[in-house]
Design a protein around this ligand. Sequence first.
Ligand code: PLP
Ligand code: COI
Length: 353
Amino acid sequence: MDISITRVEKQGKRPEDSALGFGTIFTDHMFNMDYNPEKGWHNARIEPLHNFSISPATMTLHYGQTIFEGLKAYKTAKGEIQLFRPQENFKRLNSSARGLCIPEIDEAFALEALKELLKVEKEWIPETPGTSLYIRPTVFATDPFLGVRASHTYRYFVLLSPVGAYYAEGFNPVKILISKDHVRAVRGGVGEYKTAGNYAASLLASEKAKEEGYAQVLWLDGVEQKYIEEVGAMNIFFVINDELVTPMLNGSILPGITRNSVLQLGRKWGMKVSERKISIDELAQAHKDGSLTEAFGSGTAAVISPVGEIKYGDNIMHIGDGTPGKLAVKFNEAITNIQYGMAEDTENWIEKL
Ligand code: PLP
Ligand code: COI
C-alpha cells in the first residue's frame, strides 16, 4: 500500500531535552489509516497532527473497543535512529486486535509506515540518554452506533511524543501499593491485551494509592487475590535468594516486551530465572526472612524501575537500602546501552531506520 505524505507548513520546536516529562508534547505529524469491510485497511497517510471530529455515538466512547501499543525510537551518539524490538509491538497489537474483535494490521506494513513517519519527524527525536521518542500506535472503533457489537469500521493512528522519565522519581526506587479492594483483570478476560478498559479498571485503586504516597498499584490476581500479577504500567520482578522471579503469564498479565528482554538476558547471564506463581504470602515471608533482596518493574515507558517499598495492608515491606538494587542497575544498563547504541546489539533487538 502506498503512503501519502502531507507536510506541515512550519515545523514546531522540540523543547530542551531536560524539560521533557512524559506524554504531554506531540510532534507535527501523525500516521492515519482507515478500515471498512469493503476496502480493508486503506488510505494510509502521514498528515499534520490534527484533532479528530467524531460522532458522539462513536462506539469506542461507549464500549471501549480500542487497543494500543507503546514503543520508543532512540537516537544514538552517531545520530542514528533505532527502534527496540518493534516487531514484538506489532505482534502484540494484533494479539490485542484478535482479543477485541478488531481486524488485524499487516505487521510488516505497520513497521514500514512507522519508519516513514519517523523519517518525517526525525528532528523530534531527543538525543540525551534517558530521553526518547515515545510511539503510540492505536486502533479504535469508529462506527456511530449505540448497540453492543464489534464495530465494522476502524481508525489506526500513530502519535509521537518526545519523552523523558516516566516517573517523577526517575531511576530512584518507587513505592508501590498492593490493592486489597480492587482487581485489574481476571482469567479469561482482557488483561493480556493492551486495551483501554484495563487502564480504566485501574484508576480508582491508582488514585487511592497516590493519595497514600504510592506511585502505582501492584495487582494481585482477580480471582483469589493471592498471586502477584503486575504493576499499573510495568511487569514486576523479584530477587529471592539467588532466583530472579516474575509472575508467569496467565492470560490476565500484559506480556511485556521489556519483561521478555530481562528474562532473555538473565538466562544468558546464567542466572536462575523463573516465571512462576508468586503468592503475596511467599513475598511477605521472603521479606521477613531477608531473602527478598530486590524488586523492580519493567516496561517501555518506565524501562527498569527499582521498587523500594511495597505496602500490603499493614505490612510495609522496605526492600534494599533506598538506592537502586544491583540487578536493577545491571539490567537497566544492559537494555538502555543496546537501545541507545552504546553496546553491541548481541540479541538482535535493534531495528534501524
Ligand atoms: N504491564 C502493563 C499494564 C503495561 O501498561 C506495560 C507497558 O507497556 C507493561 C506491563 C510493560 O510492557 P512493555 O515492556 O512491553 O512495555
Ligand atoms: C508503556 O510502557 O508503553 C505503557 O503503555 C505504559 C503506560 C504509559 C500506559
